[in-house]
Design a protein around this ligand. Structure first.
Ligand code: AMP
Ligand code: MG
Length: 333
């Protein structure tokens, strides 16, 4: 509940006003699901909105770590679970991301997330011995699909990828139902489908890590795209003047402390963008830039004093005027 309340006040990507003289009047449906506030704007009949809501609640009931009776909760309690299409798919996506990111994205990081109290329990700074033992436990974990079953050693948490998976699934569902323009916003995960009927560009504001509802800048583009942000400012706590946040390095067991405060990934596939934004955060600036080049995805990386922006989005991304003077801006390939 505490986690939910915190998340309700956090919007890492802000939807900007849209469509003035469009041929179709947009309709926006709001729902609280998957630990965040979600909205789906459709430029078609409203009927699909209900299906989107049902799909989100269905995925939440599958992937929630806390909801008793969810397959993920059952797996974490040591039960064998029959894997349906979505559980199979998210396991496969997670393992693909694990391989792609040299294990910086790790779906079995949950014992560490829990140790630091990022699961609704009290936040706490564990001692070094506990952290070491839990790192070893995570390193020895796996989740896989065998036949119809999901097999887990350790504990699993799809929190770093589930919203991206959901955005991608909603996008596919809308497209196959003939919806040719939609704007899906699941917390810090945005997915656009098609073009706005009024010919305007989609506009996605990326939050300033400094908070206060301010923007770092705005991305304007046409067509199908995903924009996903991971930030240290999204969930954290401070003890003795040091702030600890919810993205954990599976190799050290500590919340990442490499100077990054926010990572945005821009690419077509929302699930990939979600997994990569978490992984890039763990990797740090240099490795994240190298991996982004290798995978041909665009990024906006923010550190305490610099902003790295992919040259591919240079013309599409407008930095906020106030931000410009405060950071060194580096355009990168
Ligand atoms: P995101 O906001 O997408 O970056 O996801 C952060 C969430 O992913 C955390 O709240 C954890 O549930 C989970 N998580 C934290 N660290 C990792 C990691 N290294 N790999 C995969 N998931 C993680
Ligand atoms: Mg993520």
């Amino acid at each position: 509940m505490k986690r939910l309340i915190l998340l309700i006040f956090v919007v890492s990507i802000i939807v900007l006003p849209s469509c003035e003289d469009g041929r179709t009047t947009p309709f926006t449906a709001y729902i609280s699901a998957m630990d965040t506030d979600c909205s789906i704007t459709l430029y078609s009949d409203e009927e699909m909105a209900q299906q989107c809501k049902e799909t989100l609640l269905m995925l939440e009931s599958r992937f929630s770590v806390t909801l008793s009776g969810s397959p993920v909760n059952a797996l974490n309690s040591g039960k064998t679970v029959k894997a349906d299409t979505h559980l199979k798919a998210i396991i496969e996506k997670s393992n693909e991301l694990y391989r792609l990111t040299d294990g910086t994205f790790n779906p079995c990081v949950y014992p560490l997330v829990r140790l630091w109290g990022f699961t609704g329990e009290e936040y706490s700074v564990p001692d070094d011995e506990e952290i070491k033992a839990t790192v070893a436990q995570v390193a020895d974990s796996y989740i896989k699909v065998k036949g119809d079953s999901a097999l887990l050693k350790g504990m699993v948490d799809f929190g770093g990828i589930a919203k991206g998976y959901a955005a991608e699934l909603l996008g596919d569902m809308l497209k196959s139902n003939g919806v040719d323009a939609a704007f899906i916003s699941l917390g810090g995960n945005i997915k656009t489908i098609g073009n706005k009927p009024d010919g305007e560009l989609w506009r996605v504001g990326i939050s300033s890590p400094q908070g206060g509802g301010k923007l770092l800048g705005t991305l304007a583009f046409k067509g199908e795209q995903s924009v996903v942000t991971s930030g240290s400012y999204i969930r954290n706590f401070t003890v003795d003047g040091k702030t600890y946040h919810h993205i954990i390095d599976p190799y050290t067991g500590y919340p990442v402390d490499n100077g990054l405060v926010s990572v945005t990934v821009i690419t077509k596939d929302a699930c990939l963008a979600d997994g990569l934004s978490t992984a890039f955060f763990v990797m740090g600036v240099d490795s994240a830039l190298e991996k982004a080049r290798e995978l041909d995805v665009s990024i906006v990386l923010v550190t305490e004093d610099s902003i790295y922006i992919s040259k591919a989005i240079k013309e599409k991304f407008t930095l906020d005027g106030e931000i410009k003077g405060k950071y060194k801006v580096i355009y990168t390939n």
